[in-house]
Design a protein around this ligand. Structure first.
Ligand SMILES: [Zn+2]
Length: 162
């Protein structure tokens, strides 16, 4: 997720080296679903990433992702897909840019970062209304949803209701 201009001042000056360190820790993979930084591919109907080799597309004159193309799906049917490039960003689990403790930072792909943010807000809303949401109601389609759920819980407990 790009840093919003109004939040830029909340990041420490050495944010670049902090996020680099987290990317190294992550082995350049999303720490939620495991996809690798820079990979090209598409997501199937369940959100699973299907990697493709970039070279044939480059040689065929495609520009950089995102772009649409036809691919054979695991069920054998050819369908149009959107080829994307995985870009990892470093997420603050408690949504506080000032908190750059290692355990508050996680390298995430676009999808996991979005899902985390959506769920963070939804979880907090439900919690503030005194109803614990059922996990199944949340739009989570990551490889290890329990891990994401644990993270959400751990990061909601210290946050006051607004
Ligand atoms: Zn991911």
């Amino acid at each position: 997720m790009p840093i919003r201009p109004e939040n830029r001042r909340r990041y420490p000056q050495n944010w670049k080296s902090i996020s680099y360190k987290i990317m190294q820790r992550a082995g350049n993979r999303c720490e939620v679903c495991g996809v690798r930084h820079g990979d090209w591919g598409w997501r199937d109907e369940r959100g699973r990433f299907q990697r493709v080799r970039a070279r044939p597309f480059i040689e065929a004159g495609h520009g950089k992702p995102p772009f649409y193309t036809n691919m054979r799906w695991p069920d054998g049917v050819v369908r149009e897909v959107k080829i994307i490039k995985i870009i990892l960003t470093v997420a603050h689990l408690d949504h506080q840019p000032e908190n750059c403790a290692d355990e508050n930072l996680m390298a995430m792909c676009q999808r996991c970062h979005n899902l985390y943010d959506i769920n963070f807000r939804a979880f907090n809303r439900h919690r503030c209304h005194g109803t614990a949401p059922l996990f199944g109601e949340l739009p989570i389609q990551v490889k290890d949803p329990n891990k994401l759920f644990e993270l959400l819980r751990a990061n909601q407990e210290g946050i006051p209701c607004t």
